[in-house]
Each structure stands twice: as structure tokens, then as C-alpha cells.
Design a protein around this ligand. Sequence first.
Ligand SMILES: [Zn+2]
Length: 98
Amino acid sequence: MLSEACPQCSSPLLRVGQDIYCANCDRRIVYAKADEEKTADGQLVKSILPDLRDTLIGKLASLKQVIETETDTETLTRLANLMVLLLQALEKLERMGE
Ligand SMILES: [Zn+2]
């Protein structure tokens, strides 16, 4: 018996092989499998977060050097936009890692 309850009748669910059944409704519950897949994806994303963070910080560091020497206003505008995008990505990443 599983800890999850049937979304229809709230009866405890049964696992039969790879499938999850509600004995009360006599039907297979498919939502639980989708949740498992979602969790697997989430773990995969979480496992690459530290690497991704390092990459973004590295890009920001080299971008800072380019901005320091760049004098063309148009180029500076593009570089500043890129910096904002990188910072937003970094901020999003920090939130995901929590
Ligand atoms: Zn049920």
C-alpha cells in the first residue's frame, strides 16, 4: 500500500508492478507516474545548477572586462543588455537552488 491517496475517492492507492491502482474505483491512476517523471527532471536540473552558476559568473566576469574597455555607446548598450540577461538568469538559478 502507498502513502498517496486516490484523487477521486481518497482511498489508499495500491502499486501493482509499475502501475498504481485504486482498488475502490477499480482504475489505474496515471498522475503519479507523471509526477515521478517531473521529479526526475527536477533532479537533473538541480544537478547541473552549480556548473551553470559558475559558467554564468565566468561570463559576467569577462563581460565586465569588455565593458571596461568598450567606448562605443551602441556596443555598450548591447553589452549592458546582455549583462542584465545574465544577472536575471543567475538570480533565477539562485532561486531554483533553494
Ligand atoms: Zn479511488
